[in-house]
Write a protein that binds this ligand. Structure first.
Ligand SMILES: Cc1ncc(C[n+]2csc(CCOP(=O)(O)OP(=O)(O)O)c2C)c(N)n1
Ligand SMILES: [Mg+2]
Length: 365
């Protein structure tokens, strides 16, 4: 067996299904759902492809602009992980909240934030989604219910739990998706947050995007528990492992989790297995992994796989796919032109939008 087949096998066959707690109640139904490949319509497939292709092209433009020193500072791209954003978009409601870490450009785009406002933010321009004051790691949009963009590893786990608490307190049926990397799964904050979320049955969907590495440290080097979905068992939290190289699998798992959460049954945990093709950040050459490993994952590149499935299964024609690609490429050119031509923020903006109170005492000259 070659490395790609091994990888695919390990990604696809680890679906744990619902936890024992859930199995005792309604999970016969869930389990069979977990195995079945539901049929989706053409619009859904094209939506997945468009979202993934948009993210891929956005990130390629980002790397290009970074190389030309138009973008500065920390910058982490999402190339390889696009299927997660696409499957999440189709399975969630637009009024659900999402909070994530610093590898966030793709998630922000999938929440409906425009390529223009995101690219301008990377350029540090006044027209960016947070007026050029956040940069790559700190996108935010209250309108799109996107709560960032967090640079402290694992910090967003209690934040997302708090957002879910607020929804429950207000009596809504909205949920909060709280995303983090495999490195963050080892943070103490996770254990405190999971405990509270289960005790209070909060409407929160935790997603660990397991891309195998935290900077240069592989998952195997950080713990003897490498199947991260198992972390949920100590809280009796329904937990599953999911193939993150396929938007359809991601969609099905998130839809199943959302149904459970909206029924008032409390949190759900998904370990979504994925891979990042680039280094940790733009400055990382990624020497800690072999060329063969990267190549093997390239064979199951989610953008290419879904395009192939659409064409081979005659879901849409090659012409339709090409038109979609042209549309996205134009969108990216326009986003870059918009960012280039936008003004920088005024220096006085240092003192705005920092605190809710206008006269906050620490914000004086
Ligand atoms: C509390 C804290 N510790 C360390 C760092 C430095 N740091 C930044 S990213 C990172 C790795 C996190 O990896 P992971 O959670 O797997 O996310 P990924 O980059 O793979 O998306 C580390 C250790 C930090 N930002 N915050
Ligand atoms: Mg990681």
């Amino acid at each position: 067996m070659d490395l790609t087949t091994d990888i695919l096998d390990s990604i696809v066959t680890t679906n744990a299904g619902p936890s024992s707690e859930q199995q005792s109640s309604d999970s016969k139904k869930s389990k069979s759902k977990a195995k079945s490949k539901e049929k989706f319509d053409k619009a859904m497939y094209l939506n997945w492809f468009e979202t993934m292709f948009r993210i891929r092209k956005f990130e390629e433009k980002t790397l290009e602009a970074y190389g030309n020193q138009k973008i500065r500072g920390f910058c982490h791209v999402y190339i390889g992980q696009e299927a997660i954003a696409a499957g999440m978009l189709s399975a969630l409601r637009t009024d659900d909240a999402v909070v994530t870490a610093y590898r966030q450009h793709g998630i922000a785009l999938s929440r409906g934030m425009s390529s223009k406002e995101c690219m301008a933010e990377l350029y540090g321009k006044a027209t960016g989604c947070v007026k050029g004051k956040g940069g790559s790691m700190h996108f935010f949009s209250a309108e799109h219910r996107f709560f960032g963009g967090n640079g402290i590893v694992g910090a967003q786990i209690p934040i997302g739990t708090g957002i879910a608490f607020a929804e429950k307190y207000r009596g809504t049926d909205k949920l909060c998706v709280t995303m983090f990397g495999d490195g963050a799964a080892r943070q103490g904050a996770l254990y405190e947050a999971y405990n509270m979320a289960m005790t209070w049955k909060l409407p929160v969907l935790y997603i660990v995007e397991n891309n195998g590495y935290a900077m240069g440290t592989s998952v195997e080097r950080t713990s003897n528990v490498v199947d991260m979905y198992k972390i949920g068992s100590s809280f009796d939290m329904p937990s599953e492992a999911v193939n993150g190289m396929d938007p359809q699998s991601v969609h099905e798992a998130i839809a199943r989790a959302a149904e459970h959460i909206r029924a008032g049954k409390g949190p759900y945990f998904l370990e979504i297995k994925t891979y990042r093709y680039k280094g940790h950040s733009v400055s990382d050459p990624g020497n800690y992994r072999s060329k063969e490993e990267v190549k093997a994952y390239m064979e199951i590149d989610p953008v290419k796989v879904i395009e192939k499935r659409i064409i081979e299964q005659k879901i849409a024609s090659e012409t339709e796919i090409e038109e979609l690609k042209d549309k996205i490429k134009l969108e990216m050119d326009e986003a870059v032109a918009f960012a280039e031509s936008s003004p920088l923020p005024d220096a006085s903006w240092l003192y705005t939008d920092n605190y809710v109170q206008e006269d906050y005492p620490y914000m004086k000259d």
